[in-house]
Design a binder for this molecule. Structure first.
Ligand SMILES: NC(=O)c1ccc[n+]([C@@H]2O[C@H](COP(=O)([O-])OP(=O)(O)OC[C@H]3O[C@@H](n4cnc5c(N)ncnc54)[C@H](OP(=O)(O)O)[C@@H]3O)[C@@H](O)[C@H]2O)c1
Ligand SMILES: [Zn+2]
Length: 342
């Protein structure tokens, strides 16, 4: 098969579009013909070596995949060749203490398709059969690919972790990101009011169209002061944070008493300082979150199919030009998800 892979760490120019080993389904596994694969920021960390692929190089990125069932391994039942599927990207052992508690996203052997295994920047991808869900005919392959990682993570962060409720105020960092563009919509679906940040003015209208009530260009305005002003000095109930570093540190100051900050990622730096006096004196919650469950993905897909949430596809690139797709994300120009199609 053809794939867009890399065998050395670096930037977009390290991606090679060429022949790559064909995936062979083992017991309990399937092979999917990829029809669309969305990019994520974690792809950039895998590519440049900040998060080296655990199985080594060469590696194929791509965590969010939709396609058709190409091959079915031994022991797999109830799936038919040619079926339209969406892949849940989380990999877990099913046997450890946390899996047995039903908390598979913190499995001690946890992994992601596209990170811990080869992913979807390819014509074919191998996955556990249990990770395949039916992709409704109403959803295009491209739109479906914008759901199973970024949108699911935002869903879990807001619903399961932060317990977002009607009437609350939410600060979502980086409206243009996959995570942010989903979180704005999900918070609105919960009945919350949303403030968000952008790094360039061309993303302001985009953020408003997603439902943000207040948009701040953090290069021109201090987002903490804006959060205070927007809430009448009170501060917001929830912050969805996924940048790390100074953004994390400052985000805590945007919270009101009893507020919750959910940290989803850290691509600026893996460190973030926390003003402890602020945390304990205001009874704040600082929570981590990792993906969501396959059951949550099913629920999320229902909302998408029924039109209450919209997968945001920024631009579609041919797989052969994966370099340009990656460059667009590295340049921080995406508004929503960049998608590859073979
Ligand atoms: N825990 C999980 O399960 C999980 C799942 C999905 C994603 N994540 C994490 O969530 C974060 C967002 O992922 P994504 O795929 O949604 O991102 P993305 O689409 O690539 O968007 C990232 C955006 O963040 C903003 N940004 C602010 N500071 C930045 C910096 N120093 N470097 C790069 N971008 C910066 C940029 O927008 P502006 O220029 O407009 O500020 C950029 O476009 C990542 O850290 C990712 O690893 C975690
Ligand atoms: Zn486990």
């Amino acid at each position: 098969m053809k794939a867009a892979y890399f065998k050395e760490h670096g930037r977009a120019e390290k991606i090679i579009y060429d022949e790559y080993r064909d995936p062979v389904p083992g017991s309990g596994e399937i092979v999917v013909r990829v029809r669309a694969c969305a990019l994520n920021h974690v792809d950039m960390l895998l590519l440049d070596g900040r998060f080296p692929p655990p199985e080594g190089l060469p590696h194929v990125n791509g965590c969010e995949v939709t396609g058709t069932l190409e091959a079915i391994g031994p022991g797999v039942q109830g799936l038919e060749r040619g079926a339209r599927v969406i892949l849940f990207p989380g990999l877990s052992c099913g046997r450890c203490e946390y899996c047995l508690q039903g908390q598979r996203t913190v499995c001690v052997r946890y992994g992601y398709l596209g990170a811990h295994k080869d992913g979807g920047y390819a014509e074919l991808i191998k996955a556990p059969a249990a990770n395949a869900l039916a992709l409704a005919d109403a959803l295009s392959f491209e739109a479906g690919a914008a759901v199973p990682l970024a949108m699911l993570t935002s869903w879990h962060a807001l619903i399961a972790q932060a317990g977002c409720r009607p009437g609350q105020t939410v600060l979502v960092q980086a409206a243009g990101s996959g995570v942010g563009s989903a979180a704005i919509q999900i918070a609105r679906l919960c009945g919350a009011r949303v403030m968000t940040t952008v790094g360039s003015d061309d993303k302001i209208d985009f953020a408003r169209a997603l439902g943000a009530d207040h948009v701040v260009n953090y290069r021109r305005q201090d987002f903490v002061e804006e959060a205070k002003r927007w809430t009448g000095k009170r501060g917001v109930d929830i912050v969805i944070e996924h940048i790390g570093g100074d953004t994390f540190e400052k985000s805590v100051y945007a919270l009101t008493r009893l507020g919750t900050l959910v940290t989803i990622g850290s691509h600026d730096t893996h460190w973030g300082r926390l003003d402890l006096r602020h945390v304990y004196s205001k009874n704040l919650k600082v929570l981590g979150t990792n993906l969501g469950s396959i059951v949550e993905l099913k629920t999320l897909l229902e909302h998408v199919v029924e039109g209450r949430l919209k997968p945001i596809v920024d631009q579609v690139f041919p797989l052969a030009d994966a370099r340009s797709a990656v460059q667009r994300v590295l340049d921080r120009r995406n508004k929503g998800k960049v998608v590859l199609v073979p």
